[in-house]
Design a protein around this ligand. Structure first.
Ligand SMILES: [Zn+2]
Ligand SMILES: [Zn+2]
Length: 192
C-alpha cells in the first residue's frame, strides 16, 4: 500500500488499495474482530497531493468487522466506513520522541505525530499499511451493539429478549431498593 512521492503533484492522485496477504495476516493477528472478514471485504481509497513540501492525504476505509454484541452477545457484522485526513510534513533530520513512531518512520517512511491527523514522512515512498490498521483498530466500538435498540439477555434466566419474552420479574420485590427501582421505572414508563 505504497505511495511514490516523486509522482505526486499539486493535483490529487487517486489510489485504491487491496489488502495484501502479508498485511492481512498481520491485521488478523492484531485484531481478532477481523477473524471472519476477508481481504475483499476491505477497500482503501485515498487521494494524495502535494502542497509545497507537505503531502496531503484524504480518503476512506471501508470494511466489515465481526463483533459480539455487548448486550445480547450475538455475533454480528459491523459495517465500517471511516473517512480520514492526514497531513505529512518532511521529517528532515528530526527523530520522533516515541520509539514506535521512530521505527515506523524507518519502516514505512511515515510516522504520526498528533493522533491520526498529522505526521512526518521521510524518503521517496510511504507505506500506508500500518496507518490503515491503526484506523481500523480505533474504529472498533468499545460497546458494540447488534442494533441500537437491542434488548439484551434476561439477567435472571439468560433468555435473549430480542427473540422471546421469558416472563421473569424485572426486579425482586423482597429488596427495598428493587421496589424503589420498580416504582421509578413505572413512573418513567408513565411519562414516556
Ligand atoms: Zn444485541
Ligand atoms: Zn428471564
Amino acid at each position: 500500500m505504497k505511495i511514490l512521492l516523486d509522482r505526486l503533484s499539486e493535483s490529487p492522485t487517486h489510489y485504491r488499495f487491496e489488502a495484501e496477504p502479508a498485511w492481512w495476516h498481520q491485521a488478523q493477528a492484531t485484531l481478532p474482530e477481523l477473524e471472519q472478514a476477508t481481504p475483499k471485504s476491505f477497500q482503501f481509497e485515498v487521494a494524495v497531493h502535494r502542497m509545497g513540501s507537505d503531502v496531503y492525504l484524504a480518503g476512506t476505509i471501508r470494511g466489515e468487522l465481526a463483533l459480539g454484541c455487548s448486550r445480547c452477545l450475538a455475533r454480528y457484522c459491523h459495517p465500517l466506513r471511516e473517512p480520514f485526513r492526514l497531513i505529512l510534513e518532511p521529517a528532515g533530520e528530526r527523530v520522533p520522541a516515541d520509539p514506535q513512531a521512530a521505527s515506523a518512520l524507518v519502516r514505512d517512511g511515515l510516522c504520526l505525530v498528533d493522533e491520526l491527523e498529522t505526521g512526518w514522512f521521510r524518503g521517496r515512498e510511504i507505506d500506508l499499511g500500518a496507518f490503515f490498521l491503526e484506523w481500523i483498530t480505533l474504529a472498533v466500538p468499545v460497546q458494540p451493539l447488534c442494533r441500537e435498540d437491542c434488548r439484551g439477555l434476561c439477567p435472571r434466566c439468560g433468555a435473549d429478549r430480542n427473540v422471546e419474552s421469558c416472563g421473569c420479574e424485572e426486579v425482586s420485590p423482597s429488596s427495598p431498593f428493587a421496589v424503589l427501582r420498580g416504582l421509578r421505572s413505572t413512573k418513567t414508563e408513565g411519562e414516556g
